[in-house]
Design a protein around this ligand. Structure first.
Ligand SMILES: C[S@@+](CC[C@H](N)C(=O)[O-])C[C@H]1O[C@@H](n2cnc3c(N)ncnc32)[C@H](O)[C@@H]1O
Length: 301
């Protein structure tokens, strides 16, 4: 797999007609020489010197880049109240991570919120992989000022990870597996990118029960169109085994609630409350069990 050729070809995605105006605004943003990145639940850019014109230009750019799914961020005083409180997922996983000096990748990294948070643990490098030119543009906005030296973002997908033969100590693949029509192939691709003994953090929707079975939505699940398989935890463990992982550790199981996912000013359209049956929040609008996530850690053999 010629990753460089794929990366090069995908640069043209930044010229798509909905993305090009955002890139133009990004390229015209003023320098803010004392901009400082402050890590914490809200990933914050701060400056003493930025004048109101510079702050307004950043806010305008951020507003043009809606929807902001992951966050929160604070850009020189403008609070981006993203649809997801991604700090909750990060803080749940953080006690199980030790990224000091590690070569890390976040597969399906969205706008890079977790990549910035990972800097708290001083990794050697973090590669973010996500095929979305919009989310890359959001990342580029933050990193225009954060200038984090150890972060890199490529518009690649999980299917390209096999091209990073034995590169990473730690991989994250959060909220992506249920979007894959062949989850075992996706897991094998992740495994190939890990060094021997390397670790994978993963979360996915799951259904309750011990049997090695999956829910296959007839069309949408929770109004999301491209959800293919929702496994029991047992099925997920067997997928990981078949893909070449060992030592399957369940870190947590969580029912997604409105404290984590909700409609805000920074997204268009609907959010969790609209996806559940108004008469029975235990069920999605399609009648399936309401979203629950399992967080796991597993290792390449
Ligand atoms: C539900 S979001 C999860 C985002 C983030 N990892 C999290 O857990 O909060 C799914 C992400 O997967 C990305 N994605 C879509 N196709 C992908 C692919 N083929 N490989 C990797 N990521 C993909 C989407 O752009 C989106 O950012």
């Amino acid at each position: 797999m010629d990753l460089q050729a794929i990366i090069k070809a995908r640069e043209s995605w930044l010229n798509w007609k909905n993305i090009h105006p955002l890139r133009a605004v990004l390229s015209e943003l003023p320098d803010i020489p004392d901009a400082e990145l402050i890590l914490g639940d809200t990933v914050t850019l701060r400056s003493e010197m930025a004048d109101s014109k510079a702050r307004a230009a950043v806010t305008r750019a951020a507003r043009m880049m809606k929807p902001w799914r992951k966050g929160p961020f604070d850009l020189f005083g403008t609070y981006i109240d993203s649809e997801w409180r991604s700090d909750k997922k990060f803080n749940l996983l953080a006690p199980f991570m030790d990224l000091e000096g590690k070569t890390v990748a976040d597969v399906g990294c969205n706008n890079g919120y977790y990549m910035f948070r990972m800097l708290e643990q001083n990794p050697k490098s973090v590669l973010g992989v996500d095929p979305s030119p919009l989310f890359k543009t959001q990342f580029d906005l933050i990193n225009r000022y954060a200038q984090a030296p150890h972060l890199r973002y490529e518009m690649l997908g999980i299917e390209h990870m096999a091209g990073f033969e034995q590169t990473f100590d730690t991989l994250f693949c959060l909220g992506v597996l249920y979007h894959r029509s062949d989850p075992i192939t996706a897991l094998k691709s992740l495994k190939s990118a890990l060094k021997r003994g390397g670790e994978l953090f993963l979360d996915t929707f799951y259904i309750e029960g011990d049997a090695p079975v999956c829910l296959v939505p007839e069309s949408t699940y929770s109004k999301i169109p491209n959800i293919h398989f929702i496994p029991t935890v047992t099925s997920l463990e067997y997928w990981c085994k078949r893909a070449g992982f060992e030592k399957f550790e369940v870190l947590a199981t969580v029912r997604t609630g409105p404290q984590e996912q909700r409609k805000t000013d920074w997204i268009e359209g609907q959010s969790l409350a609209d996806f559940l049956d108004p008469k029975n929040p235990e069920r999605t609008v399609e009648g399936y069990p309401a979203p629950r996530r399992v967080y796991i850690k597993t290792y390449r053999k």
